[in-house]
Design a protein around this ligand. Structure first.
Ligand SMILES: C[S@@+](CC[C@H](N)C(=O)[O-])C[C@H]1O[C@@H](n2cnc3c(N)ncnc32)[C@H](O)[C@@H]1O
Length: 249
């Protein structure tokens, strides 16, 4: 494991330790993924008659999206740098009686995924690639391109530059990686301002990363957090600004 991967593992292990202690880790399927994957399946298959599809989530965390996919009868694999997160994902799949739907749960980086070329009908990521430096982000998008078979889908859910945190810190963008902030304001390690590096994507950037794909739709999704949640993050108001990327290879 490279030093950079070890650092990422340490960061996310510490984050999950705090998230477990405060019950803050995500246990609900991410709406943007559910919606986009549902569109993809509806477009191609008759409801309740899915063939044996193979999906993977890159940076699967505690596994709520894997559970949702597996409940539909899809074979799921999860990749995560944090062994604690993978353990939570495994437990959650077991608790839901979905173990036979698991392809592989892989501890490692999304920059180098131990799955064969063109082995996936779908690759998903939610709030993972945004925490990688430029070199690793590019490697991860290359992995998506390698793993997804022609006709397969990529769904991503990632920070966009209208986000409150980006708007407030725009003057601190890294000079060699525009759109990226390196924030460490102390406090809970599961907030953007404390997790270290965060990249805020643009639509144009996504279009160019997927230039060889047949369809790319980066859709802007914005919503205000309730005031109580905004205050927990140290803001009076807090706009989540995300790109939902739906791309067909
Ligand atoms: C914000 S959480 C999102 C988890 C999950 N996708 C969800 O929507 O609930 C980010 C996840 O990415 C994982 N992660 C961060 N960097 C990674 C990397 N380089 N390779 C694999 N996983 C990584 C973390 O361990 C964590 O589980």
């Amino acid at each position: 494991m490279s030093i950079r991967d070890q650092e990422m593992r340490d960061t996310w292990e510490a984050s999950f330790e705090e998230q477990i202690a405060s019950g803050a880790y995500n246990t609900a399927p991410v709406e943007a993924l559910v919606r986009s994957v549902s569109y993809y399946l509806r477009d191609r298959y008759v409801a309740n008659e899915l063939p044996d599809l193979q999906f993977a989530e890159l940076g699967c965390g505690a596994g709520p999206n894997l559970v949702w996919l597996a409940e539909k009868g899809i074979t799921v694999s999860g990749v995560d740098i944090s062994p604690t997160a993978l353990g939570l994902a495994r437990e959650s799949l077991e608790r839901s009686g979905l173990v036979e739907r698991v392809g592989a749960l892989l501890e490692g980086s999304v920059t180098d995924v131990a799955l064969p070329d063109a082995s996936l009908d779908g690759a998903l990521e939610s709030c993972v690639f945004q925490h990688l430096n430029r070199e690793d982000r590019e490697a991860s998008f290359r992995e998506v391109d390698r793993l997804v078979r022609p006709g397969g889908v990529f769904v991503g859910h990632m920070l966009e530059q209208g986000h409150t945190v980006f708007q407030q810190h725009a003057g601190e963008q890294l000079s060699d990686d525009p759109g990226t902030l390196q924030l460490d304001e102390g406090g809970s390690r599961y907030y953007l301002t404390n997790i270290g590096l965060s990249h805020f994507f643009t639509r144009e950037e996504i279009q160019s990363l997927f230039s060889g794909w047949s369809l790319v739709e980066p859709c802007l999704s914005q919503y205000e957090l309730p005031p109580s949640e905004a205050r927990k993050r140290g803001y009076d108001s807090y706009l989540q600004s995300m790109l939902v990327v739906y791309a067909i290879k």
